[in-house]
Design a protein around this ligand. Structure first.
Ligand code: ZN
Length: 177
C-alpha cells in the first residue's frame, strides 16, 4: 500500500479569517506531526485548498472565502508547504473535483489516502466519497480534522467509516502502520 497525506483547506480563512473555526485550531499540531513523519518516510504530502473565483456557485451558500490570490487562500504559516510537497487548488468541496488530484495520485502510484483538514462533514466527507468511488483506501486520523460542532464531526466520521470503509483512528495509530 502506498500512502499519501492530503491536507485540505488549512488556509487562513478557514482557521483565522472569514470562515474561522476555533475548533479547527487544535488540528494544526497533529497535522504538523503527521506531515513531519510523512516527510521522514518520503510519503507524498498534497495540499488541496479552496482558491475561489467570485463567480463560483459555492459562494452563494458561504459568501466569499479563501479567494484565489488573497491571503485568505494561503496555507496557514504553521503548515506552510515544504519543497517537494504538492499544492492543488479547488473551487468546491471535493479535493477531486477538477483539480488534477486523481492523475497526480496515479502518477505517484498512491492507493491509500490519509485525509486531514477541514471541514469534517463538508470537504473531508466529499473528498472521502470521491476517493472511495475511485478505488482508494481512506484513513482519517481523528485529531487532524474538525467540524463546526461535535455532532457534525461525529456524524461525518461515522458516515465515512460506514459508507467508505475508512479507518477512523488516531494519528499515533496511523503512523504506526
Ligand atoms: Zn469553498
Amino acid at each position: 500500500m502506498q500512502s499519501a497525506v492530503l491536507v485540505i483547506d488549512m488556509t487562513n480563512d478557514f482557521l483565522t479569517g472569514t470562515l474561522k473555526n476555533d475548533r479547527a485550531l487544535k488540528t494544526v499540531q497533529p497535522i504538523n506531526d503527521l506531515i513531519k513523519r510523512a516527510h521522514q518516510q518520503s510519503l507524498p504530502v498534497i495540499y488541496v485548498s479552496d482558491a475561489h473565483y467570485p463567480v463560483d456557485h459555492e459562494l452563494k451558500i458561504w459568501g466569499e472565502h479563501s479567494m484565489k490570490g488573497t491571503w485568505g487562500s494561503e496555507i496557514i504559516p504553521e503548515l506552510a508547504p515544504q519543497p517537494g510537497d504538492y499544492s492543488l487548488e479547488k473551487r468546491t468541496y471535493s479535493a477531486f473535483f477538477e483539480t488534477g488530484l486523481d492523475t497526480l495520485l496515479r502518477d505517484l502510484q498512491v492507493d491509500h489516502l490519509i485525509l486531514t483538514g477541514v471541514v469534517t462533514n463538508i470537504c473531508i466527507q466529499h473528498s472521502a466519497a470521491d476517493a472511495y468511488l475511485r478505488g482508494y483506501s481512506v484513513t482519517v486520523p481523528t485529531e487532524t480534522t474538525e467540524a463546526l460542532n461535535e455532532p457534525a464531526y461525529q456524524t461525518a466520521l461515522d458516515y465515512i467509516k460506514t459508507m467508505y470503509g475508512a479507518q477512523i483512528i488516531s494519528v499515533a495509530q496511523t503512523l504506526a502502520k
